[in-house]
Design a protein around this ligand. Sequence first.
Ligand SMILES: Cc1ncc(C[n+]2csc(CCOP(=O)(O)OP(=O)(O)O)c2C)c(N)n1
Ligand SMILES: [Mg+2]
Length: 318
Amino acid sequence: MEKQLASELLEKMMLIRKFEESVQYYFTLGMIHGTCHLCIGEEATAVGTCMALAPEDDMFATHRGHGAAIAKGIDVPHMMAEIFGRATGVCKGRGGSMHIADKDVGVLGANGIVGPSMALATGAALAHKMRGEKRVALAFFGDGATNEGVFHEAMNLASIWKLPVLFICTNNTYGMSTHISKVMADTDIEKRAIPFGIRAVTIDGNDVELVYETVKRARAKILAEPQPILIVENTYRISGHSKSDGNRYRTKEEINSWKEKDPIKLFSERMLEQEVLTKEEIDTLWEKADTAIKDAVYFATQSPYPKVEDLYDSVYAE
Ligand SMILES: Cc1ncc(C[n+]2csc(CCOP(=O)(O)OP(=O)(O)O)c2C)c(N)n1
Ligand SMILES: [Mg+2]
């Protein structure tokens, strides 16, 4: 792999890790309100996937969407300000963690409801196709969401209408505290594409290089001939489901075994081994990520809260 690409993939994953750790910290201090879902451990799915897209592609995230938004190119200080509920936030402090959006960089929104990303991306792909635009719409969704009707409805329409849509399942094998084996008769999610005649593949979602290459190839296929493709990216959320999680549904051994497969650790080791990056360069990337997140927190916490008199600004429907 080229040094430039390796540095970019690694730096983005580190930025996301530092972002999430920082959000977790300020949450516990009571400086961030509401709830939030961290993607620690799943960084390669966000980075490998979104960095294989073009700026003009649309991306719809889930409730666990911080990583995807950062990987798609959202401005990090303004996203941090959004999570802190400040007027300088990407959504003027009105959305918070689960409603991060910035259409200028193709981040069409995280979502507090499980499932809609698939229908929304299918609609966006229909618009792209009708306008003759060479763009792809992408939906992230979890393993749990594939048990919802909307998954099957979106897949069916996307197939029938041959829409340029990429369905990306981040399979972390849990929906809240429920393991997939308790709610799926067959846990091979890829097979769910068969009835719709959709091409599908399952990959190691902790291997950022593999994720990047797979999504890049899928995107090229879709642009050459409009069609939906499903990619199941197997991964693990090291963080709890949301801000409160006693981890009673999984063992320490299981969590620790996945820490060994930490995507940042794996990729750093591979790049060192292949002599693409040196230890010093990797350390510098960590320092850069750390500084960027500290600056983002400073920007956010120095920003004002939205004013009460601005409450009705940006309201489009009554
Ligand atoms: C329609 C809907 N049902 C239930 C919930 C509550 N809920 C929030 S996250 C979640 C689990 C989703 O699991 P999965 O799709 O695998 O995503 P993950 O949290 O593992 O990333 C549930 C049930 C919700 N937000 N929306
Ligand atoms: Mg899940």
